[in-house]
Design a protein. Structure first.
Length: 451
């Protein structure tokens, strides 16, 4: 049975228009991100006037048409298949990565079977009508569709020995299977997170993209001496490698609106899937702008702060001024982000780094300090708008692998796999064949992936 992709309000475009007796595109829904291999619905809702007749509804991916619903037969020979009746016609134009179920599709919905990475792109819906005077009108909207891939193999720790001497150098690697976006990895010694800044330890994180579609392998190389300083206790040390993969699930924002007289007001919005609505209040789910004590005017220096909501994974926050990056106005926000390691450091060079907090962290915060100029009020309504956007995520995958290193004679280091709360212990000697596979994998990483 195919998976049905969840519809995220984040991926919904809603058109808020004043009422008019004319063609209106009310809502376009493109789900996302979607799991590779899932099936999904595309939706395009529209209203017609009393004097208009629907001419056609066309769907595009990257500006190329792949589906058409119309009330006439234009005899387009490029269509792969069609269903025709007295009052409608449906056509499918093949594209790589798109499999339309033409029987389930209609004039407002399109059903796609088993989406894959080739199905990523910008999707557009175009509605055309003809009025009683023979005039044609069209409206169109677009939205991006993103596809994610879960890791295609379990975590692996390789490079270990059956047993070690006290003071011996330990050289290990932890590798995750190909995924999109890349998984975030972390190493723990006796439950304590290893950071790159730690002394007497060589620690290197590498992400290698395998193809233009974004599939990537993540791995960590760590080297340290086995001693009491590194947590050796009673001849043993517990080492754990953990991975997380997150996906964006919604966003919220708080916006401060200031006019030239100094009068200010605030608005806030949130978008989140219904089945992932937080159990706490919506107000606590949104970021909060604070620090405005007086009426700011042109020539004043203004400092405002924004604190993101507390959540796990941590949110990513971002400032906008009049809908633009602050850098457009030569303003640089100061951000303290709850990152996976040190603030501002990204391992995979994607936004998903910010969500990979392995433990509950303090909410991120950001401040803006700048001199108010007339340029900031050169907007449509003459107001300056300061928006703090909070991007939320959910964990879609996690994995752990545990390894105990021994220095006592007669005891072998062993792997402890934790899967669905169950733990299986076995000696490394008993998984020699599995280790051969692992060694081949690390050899591939060393020879083909390391730059």
């Amino acid at each position: 049975m195919s998976l049905l992709c969840i519809y995220y309000h984040l991926s919904t475009i809603i058109f808020l228009l004043d009422y008019c007796d004319c063609l209106q595109l009310k809502k376009m829904i493109v789900p996302g991100p979607c799991l590779n291999g899932s099936s999904l619905w595309l939706q395009c809702n529209y209203d017609l006037s009393l004097h208009e007749t629907l001419y056609s509804v066309k769907w595009y991916k990257n500006s190329l048409e792949f589906y058409r619903y119309s009330l006439i037969n234009d005899d387009n020979s490029n269509s792969h298949e069609f269903i025709s009746s007295a009052n409608r016609m449906k056509k499918y134009f093949p594209q790589q990565g798109i499999q339309v179920d033409i029987n389930q599709s209609n004039g407002s919905h399109v059903y796609l079977n088993s989406i894959d990475l080739d199905g990523e792109g910008t999707y557009g819906c175009e509605v055309s009508t003809e009025d009683t005077n023979g005039s044609f009108k069209s409206v169109k909207a677009e939205k991006d569709l993103r596809v994610f891939v879960l890791p295609q193999s379990k975590l692996k720790i390789i490079g270990t020995k059956d047993w070690y001497s006290i003071g011996e150098q330990v050289n290990i690697s932890c590798i995750s299977g190909p995924s999109k976006p890349p998984t975030i990895l972390a190493l723990f010694i006796n439950g304590n997170r290893i950071l790159q800044s730690e002394r007497n330890l060589n620690y290197n994180w590498t992400v290698r993209y395998l193809n233009p579609d974004g599939l990537a392998i993540s791995w960590i190389n760590a080297s340290f001496r086995l001693n009491a300083e590194k947590g050796l206790n009673n001849g043993q040390l517990n080492l754990r490698c953990s991975s997380l993969q997150a996906q964006i699930s919604g966003y919220s924002y708080d916006e401060l609106i200031v006019d030239e007289t100094g009068y200010s007001s605030k608005i806030n919005e949130f978008y989140t899937p219904p089945n992932q609505m937080p159990s706490y209040s919506i107000k606590s789910w949104s970021p909060f702008i604070h620090g405005l004590s007086e009426r700011p005017r042109v020539g004043d220096y203004l400092t405002v702060n924004c604190t993101g909501p507390k959540s796990h994974p941590s949110v990513f926050i971002h400032w906008f001024i009049n809908g633009k990056e602050p850098s457009v106005y030569n303003i640089q926000p100061a951000i303290t982000q709850s990152d996976v390691d040190l603030p501002g450091h990204q391992f995979t060079s994607t936004i998903y780094d910010y969500f990979a907090a392995f433990n509950q962290m303090n909410p991120p915060s950001a401040s803006l300090s700048f001199k108010i100029t007339k340029k900031l009020f050169q907007t449509v309504d003459g107001s300056m708008r300061l928006r703090c956007l909070s991007v939320h995520a959910i964990f879609v995958h996690s994995d752990d692998i545990l390894l105990t290193l021994f220095t006592e004679n007669g005891k072998s280091s062993r792997l402890l796999f934790n899967n669905s709360q169950s733990r299986i212990n076995f000696s490394i000697r008993n998984i020699f064949v599995s280790y051969l596979i692992n060694l081949l994998l690390i050899q591939y990483v060393h020879n083909n992936l390391v730059l």
